[in-house]
Design a protein around this ligand. Sequence first.
Ligand code: GLU
Ligand code: ZN
Length: 469
Amino acid sequence: MATVVTRFAPSPSGALHLGNVRTALFSWLLARRAGGRFVLRVEDTDRERSSDESVAGQLADLAWLGLDWDAGPDRDDGRGPYRQSQRGATYARLLAQLEAAGHAYPCYCSPAELEAARRAQLARHEPPRYAGTCRGLDAAARAAREAAGRRPALRFAVPEGRIVRFDDLVRGPQEADAAAFGDFVIRRADGAAMFFFCNAADDALMGVTHVLRGDDHLSNTPRQLLLLEALGLTAPRYGHLPLLLDADGAPQSKRRGSVTVGALRRQGYLPGAVLNFLLRLGHHGAPDAWIDPAELAGHFDPGKLGRAPAHFDPVQLDHWQREAVRRLSPAQAAEWLAPMLPADWTAARRVEAARLLQGNLLRPADAAGWVGVLGGDIAPLAGEDAALVAAAGAGFFESALAAFADSGGDLRRLAEGLQARTGRKGREIYQPLRIALTGRHDGPELAALLAAIPPALVRERLANAARAR
Ligand code: GLU
Ligand code: ZN
């Protein structure tokens, strides 16, 4: 069987948002599950909207997610270059080839003439399409227009009487009547090849076998198939993914403030969380349990790609983030939390703190309060917490201070000492202790917290609680 080659072809006009990387992920998985190749092509023919900064940012985002590419702008395999802005000579050659073979012809119509023709068609209740005015121009007629200084566009001569059929990887059998297209422009009068021409030609030249892309490109596909046929190039199979919608139902787009990969990374989301989240967006049948990123490809089935738009659900993303954070080793967790931890903490203390807290955090920023609990200040007691501490009474915390002097950071021994001194037990002991020591009634195991809080702070907090009322 021939090698599967897939690609991701972003336009570098901004940051990658979740909709883009979902397309990238599915394409990558399609290649990886088959032991195939995944290539990265930068579609930067729109010079005005493209920037090197965006290219670098997009590559960094993909690398961060672990979506590695076998060929790309930074890694040629002989079929590059992988930036469309560097492929102008290739497009020119192919366009000339089409023209020489009679599959394309120069069109000298001015914008005003085209607009007038369009209006006339609309007035006759005909769908507007290029009327074919320049298709039959002979050499003399062309020369006359050239001599008048007219700069032609190049139009593809759409073959007559063709129904274009293809089997979409996601949407199943599709067909389009080529008669509806009209002869379309493949090179503008300024000499620039049209986007969908470059896109189709590159897929074929780069040996791409399977294209997954957003269904905003579905209407390009029949034209691209005709172009590749005329060029004598093998077309890939196409699959069109429904849009990813924001939580509010609007499409995820780079021009709106949608969720970008960079924003998630800066907030401390982990690649594994984003990947587990995306795998289940518009793709069914993956198990409910966490999948290690190295095993994702085994759980991807292009036959299970949905046709309905998927919605971005932040609750689901956080679910996978919780799973990812739980799975960090203490050393990894310490690195993840590093920006939040005081600079003067030893490596051992950082790892210990991270190990203790990781089960209670979604993002590093969530650790702010806990870092205070472990080695700084706790929030002043308020509301029900303050009432519980007051109700426990000054005598309880004085006893706790005395018991702590004997037990040190060992919670079981502290509780035994407190029980012996006060006759209280269980929740009556642990709840006021937890609140006095941490300022809150939830969080990591109290025994681990007690062991991690410096004894001087434990004494200070117990003494404060004894004074509370
Ligand atoms: N550069 C196009 C885009 O970002 C790619 C289209 C395609 O994947 O074929 O929408
Ligand atoms: Zn024309």
